[in-house]
Ligand binder design. Structure first.
Ligand SMILES: C[S@@+](CC[C@H](N)C(=O)[O-])C[C@H]1O[C@@H](n2cnc3c(N)ncnc32)[C@H](O)[C@@H]1O
Length: 359
């Protein structure tokens, strides 16, 4: 087992084949390392069954004993106990933001690879329906409104801005996220895209961008609240033509997620949702290792594709497309993901669904 060369990077937790009975403590081992299926309740001791889906190869996390996180023998440099800190998801991303784009997160790489084809396939019908829809600007120019829900550092907002939009279309792109840290990175990253001096600026191309910091799923903490996230200017959000939400669903219960999505879309509006696959989510969750070597995690759920599709239906969506993606050996060999991706070969790590709000 290799010794980690740096600690400030994403971990994707592996499991070891133990039956765990550990508490969610900030200093003890974390049950989800061993396969907790629903990580959302950080105060609960999960009933975790051993699984042998994967081999323990995680460079950051040496195999751990059933009752402790004692160092294992890694030659002459024993690794100190790994501590885990559970934080509110918002705080987790605030702390993760500065390295989120650069810490070698293989799920982002898989998401990028899949979106190369899925995103254009998704945008084409949204585009053609916007041309024929009644959504017109004051000058009667067709307008397409797009929302990146939980946009984070703008990884995929950038793709929306860079898409080859037709010249006669007004494109309004909005990114929402509740992590100021993530949004600060997004602003820094997206500003040059909006004002590229070589080309016409995006404004000249009729593309606008708005980023707002807000809790996108207010009904989770206040079930009687409006499912529409509030934005500070008082104008509020009006339903958009299409929503993308990538790698966010992991943190949100299914019904509040799709109820919010329904509230955010015009009738027949389309949504593209990607997420960690439950096969991976059963033994892993989003998080990173901070500069002090502490694994930092928010709240996560391992939603299955079937549960996701069912919840979408219950909230008034029809399913247009479902994609599942296993890690392939080629992903590792061609460098699409780092060597840490090796342990996931053959495992489904990602899924994407395209849904349409029934009009
Ligand atoms: C794994 S990141 C994904 C970011 C981006 N969509 C991407 O694909 O790179 C999850 C994002 O969801 C955001 N998020 C989670 N729960 C949220 C909520 N209730 N309201 C707004 N944003 C939320 C987090 O702040 C974080 O930026």
């Amino acid at each position: 087992m290799a010794i980690p060369t740096d600690v400030n990077r994403t971990f994707d937790t592996s499991l070891v084949d133990f039956n765990v009975n550990a508490s969610f403590s900030t200093t003890e081992s974390d049950p989800s390392d061993y396969g907790a299926v629903n990580h959302a309740t950080t105060t609960k001791t999960p009933d975790v069954q051993p699984t042998s889906l994967f081999e323990e190869q995680n460079q950051e996390m040496p195999a751990q004993s059933q009752t402790s996180v004692s160092p294992v023998d890694i030659g002459s440099a024993p690794k100190p106990p790994t501590s885990v800190q559970h934080l509110p998801t918002q705080d987790t991303y605030d702390q993760w933001a500065s390295i989120y784009d650069t810490d070698g997160n293989m799920l982002q790489s898989i998401d990028d690879a899949e979106l190369e084809t899925l995103l254009p396939d998704f945008l084409a019908p949204a585009l053609s329906s916007s041309k024929s829809s009644s959504t017109k600007s004051a000058q009667d120019t067709p307008t397409l409104s797009l929302l990146d829900l939980g946009c984070g550092t703008g990884r995929n907002t950038a793709k929306l801005l860079s898409y080859a939009w037709p010249a006669n279309l007004l494109v309004e792109v909005m990114g929402l996220d509740f992590s100021r840290g993530m949004l600060d990175v997004a602003r820094t990253k997206l500003r040059p895209l909006m004002h590229n001096s070589k080309d016409k600026s995006k404004e000249e191309q009729n593309i606008s961008l708005r980023l707002e910091c807000t809790d996108c799923f207010p009904t989770i903490s206040h079930p009687s609240a409006s499912p529409l996230p509030s934005v500070p200017d008082g104008i509020g959000l009006r339903p958009v033509d299409a929503v993308i939400s990538t790698l966010v669903l992991e943190h949100i219960p299914l019904l509040p997620f799709f109820a919010t999505l329904a509230a955010l879309l015009v009738p027949n509006g389309l949504a593209l949702v990607t997420n960690m696959h439950a096969q991976m989510g059963a033994v892993s969750q989003a998080g990173f290792v901070n500069a002090r070597g502490v694994k930092v995690r928010g709240s996560s759920f391992a939603h299955t594709v079937e549960e996701t599709v069912q919840a979408a239906g219950e909230c008034g969506f029809e399913v247009v497309e479902v994609r599942e993606r296993a890690m392939s050996r080629e992903d590792v060999e061609c460098g699409r993901v780092g060597s840490r991706g090796g342990k996931w070969v053959g495992v489904k790590v990602w899924f994407g669904v395209v849904v349409r709000k029934v009009g």
